[in-house]
Ligand binder design. Structure first.
Ligand code: SF4
Length: 458
């Protein structure tokens, strides 16, 4: 038996995985386990893994091996655990438990069992992770700044031929509006200023539970929460990008004008082969019509099996014309468990990389142009931290999601650390393709203003 072991944590992968990590930590903490964010002092490490593509898998394995060679006992959870439970248990003596994506709520009983019996090894992986948990779970925040993710649904009902997610995460299961609002209120009371809604397909929200697309209703309900400034939606699916949702976004001031819509490709033959909706240009058109001020973020895959030079040029032209505000391009990653992995005409890695680079060069210019237009303008920035090297504060606009989009660096003039977590107005004076620089337009702290503030309070 281990006496009072400390639990460390490594969370990999997407924001949806991050919310799972936070819930597992919350459950462990509530059960009285000792947690640490310094893995050097941990006895057992919870590692929540990703298995979306080959690179993510490699990163998960590298982290597991590093922790094991540091002598840590491991609880391996998440997508890699769901995907390779037997391999992990057989090849990794340090793995004390392997926990599937549908089993995270069992973390406390698993932790108790391995702490009490040092010889025990547990596999808790439901074959089909279709559990439906619609309660507000305790969470320990692992995010920096004033933003929190809110996972509105789990799983996916689509069948994109390149994607393993439905196999690893099960069918789409929405959480109820009541439980999401309750959780959002707890997060806001703890200091969250921005709630970021995540799932595999957020525009599909509610269809399984209420028999209708209920994201507009959820937005209305969240909008009522006092103290919440921004609501961001990640992961629209093209066909469900409907008029009503966009109109609701336009009407509600707290919903940031940001549409994250992975389109994956533009050529009808490639999209058909991917089993994705056709005519992505119509989605872009509709968004620009209803939300002209919105930033549109999209992601694309190059080098999908059978993608010819002509298909690629079609995509390149589409991207040049659509001028996305934010863009991610991935080279296709072959996985034999999904249909595209067994398609003929796989594209050589070298060609995929060249195609990716060509699009990123194009996007660099689009992004530079867009950012330069902001010079001299005043923009709202959520201040998230202070960069000790650059000696500048940094944050994000409503057009930028954490970790994937642009950063705004702000001169420290007139600011102090007490502004962190606040939304400040910044006048932009310099633009780089993916970063902006500027000064905060904040009222100077004078004796007179301090006295006026005091007078207003008494
Ligand atoms: S919609 Fe997204 S998560 Fe669902 S199958 Fe397609 S790519 Fe995967």
């Amino acid at each position: 038996m281990l006496n009072n072991p400390k639990f460390g944590v490594v969370s990999l992968g997407c924001p949806k995985n991050q919310t799972d990590t936070e819930v597992m930590l919350g459950l462990l903490k509530d059960a009285g386990f000792d947690l640490t964010f310094d893995n050097d002092e941990a006895d057992i490490c919870l590692i929540n893994t990703c298995s979306f593509i080959e690179d993510a898998r490699r990163e998960s394995v590298r982290n597991i091996v590093d922790l094991a060679s540091d002598g840590k006992q491991l609880i391996v959870a998440g997508c890699l655990a769901q995907h390779f439970k037997d391999e992990l248990l057989n090849e990794l003596p340090e793995a004390r438990a392997v926990v599937g994506t549908g089993d995270i709520h069992k973390i406390v009983e698993i932790a108790k069992a391995i702490v009490e019996d040092s010889s025990l090894r547990i596999v808790q992986v439901s074959a089909v992770p279709n559990d439906h948990i619609d309660e507000v779970m305790p969470r320990v925040s692992t995010s920096v700044g004033a933003s929190s993710y809110l996972k509105i649904a789990e799983g996916c009902d689509h069948a994109c031929t390149f994607c393993i997610i439905p196999m690893l995460r099960g069918k789409f299961r929405s959480r109820s509006i009541d439980s999401l609002v309750q959780e959002a209120k707890i997060l806001v009371a703890a200091g969250t200023r921005e709630i970021i809604l995540v799932s595999q397909d957020s525009s599909y929200y509610g269809l399984d539970l209420y028999n209708r697309m209920a994201l507009p209703e959820l937005l209305e309900a969240l909008h009522e929460i006092e103290g919440l400034d921004w609501i961001r939606i990640m992961y629209f699916y093209p066909t469900e990008t409907n008029r009503k949702l966009l109109e609701t976004m336009a009407r509600l001031p707290k919903v940031v004008k940001y549409v994250d819509i992975p389109l994956q490709h533009s050529h009808p033959e490639v999209l058909s082969s991917m089993a994705r909706p056709l005519h992505p240009e119509k989605s872009v058109q509709l968004i620009r019509e209803i939300l002209p001020e919105a930033a549109i973020r999209s992601t694309f895959i190059v080098g999908f099996p059978g993608e010819t030079e002509e298909h690629f040029e079609h995509l390149h032209k589409f991207i040049k014309e659509a001028k996305f505000d934010r863009l991610g391009v991935f080279t296709y990653s072959k996985q034999t468990e999904v249909p595209s992995g067994n398609m003929k005409n796989q594209v050589p890695q070298k060609v995929k990389k060249l195609r990716r680079n060509r699009i990123m060069e194009t996007q660099l210019e689009i992004s530079r142009e867009r950012n330069e237009k902001l010079i001299g303008k005043e923009i709202e920035v959520l201040l998230e931290g202070y960069d000790e090297v650059k000696e500048l504060y940094f944050g994000r606009t409503q057009w930028d999601a954490p970790q994937i989009d642009n950063t705004v660096y702000v001169s420290p003039d007139g600011l102090s650390h007490s502004w962190l977590g606040e939304i400040v107005t910044v006048k932009v004076d310099e633009a780089k393709p993916y970063d902006l620089f500027g000064k905060a337009v904040v009222p100077p702290i004078t004796t007179e203003s301090a006295l006026l503030e005091l007078a207003a309070k008494v």
